[in-house]
Design a protein around this ligand. Structure first.
Ligand code: DO4
Ligand code: MG
Length: 290
């Protein structure tokens, strides 16, 4: 089952079950203390609860009569890095001085984890993700995103984009927060696939496509099987000496990095497809330097 936050043409926002051709709106007021999407995601039986909440008064809404919003409430967004060989190689090329750090973290027991975004910095489907005006070398990072409950259960999956300024990170690894954390730095959506069975990692393909002026300028593909770490293992590191009263979203690292000569430009279109989970499409915005 997939759940989403949607905006209807009359301006109403709802939580909904996503079906083949439309969404079924939910009436959260039927249950005490159920106010938002994450209250359903963190429930002991999210599928049973979502079915119970179906608003039988309302017919399904066709997909062309709504917008999907980022499937986030009050969660912090965190990210893991250098979890795929391709990312390790790309980072080592980015910075000669820091190469050994990336090399070591790829095989170390402790993963690289960093704070990625607050909800106000997250873009939903079709909202512009941003390239910093002070970066001349930026890329999208297409990543499987895990929805983690306050008690550190993996409850769902969505598509994530960890926008990254490679020149800023490459200049000095201490600049990582500036390379990664800024306004509109993260894409999430369009919906959350509830975690029912373990993910089939080989079959879960991630495809990144970038278009410029109607032409494809990059396409790359990987699968979650290429990731060198376990999903539950990443969550358990995230939870060490940390509390997430609102839960967390954890991006799991990129396995696709465009060639070094590639940088995103204003008005590029980034499309990230993860099989079985969804396709997240965002235009890119880059302002002129003030
Ligand atoms: O070390 C830098 C960040 C790595 C990252 O974001 C990734 O591998 O996806
Ligand atoms: Mg990343």
């Amino acid at each position: 089952m997939k759940l989403a936050k949607v905006l209807l043409s009359n301006g109403e926002r709802h939580v909904a079950i996503v079906e083949e051709n439309g969404v079924q709106l939910l009436d959260l007021s039927q249950v005490d203390n159920c106010h938002r999407l994450s209250d359903i995601l963190y429930a002991p039986d999210p599928i049973g609860l979502a079915k119970f909440l179906i608003d039988t008064e309302l017919p399904p809404v066709p997909l062309n009569q709504l917008e999907f919003l980022a499937p986030i409430d009050h969660q912090e967004v965190w990210a893991a890095g250098v979890t795929y060989k391709r990312s390790q190689v790309a980072r080592m090329e980015e910075s000669e001085t820091a190469a050994s750090h990336y090399d070591q973290v790829y095989t170390a027991d402790r993963p690289e984890l960093f704070f990625k975004a607050t909800p106000n910095r997250v873009c939903g489907p079709n909202q512009p993700v941003r390239v910093r005006y002070d970066s001349q070398w930026s890329v999208p990072e297409p990543e499987l995103a895990l929805i983690v409950s306050p008690d550190l259960r993996l409850v769902g999956y969505t598509v994530g984009n960890d926008m990254s300024a490679r020149d800023i990170e490459g200049e000095n690894p201490l600049y990582l927060p500036q390379a990664k954390f800024y306004k509109d730095c993260c894409g999430l959506g369009p919906s959350v696939l509830l975690h029912e069975n373990p993910l089939e990692r080989e079959a879960t393909k991630i495809i990144l496509t970038i278009e410029r002026g109607g032409e494809e300028v990059f396409q790359g593909e990987t699968s979650v099987a290429e990731m060198a770490r376990g999903l539950e293992d990443l969550i358990s590191w995230l939870g060490k000496e940390n509390d997430f009263p609102s839960g967390a979203v954890l991006l799991t690292g990129t396995g696709i990095v465009p060639p070094d000569e590639f940088t995103l430009e204003d008005r590029d279109i980034v499309s990230i497809e993860i099989s079985g989970i969804g396709t997240l499409i965002n235009p890119v915005v880059k302002d002129a330097a003030p």
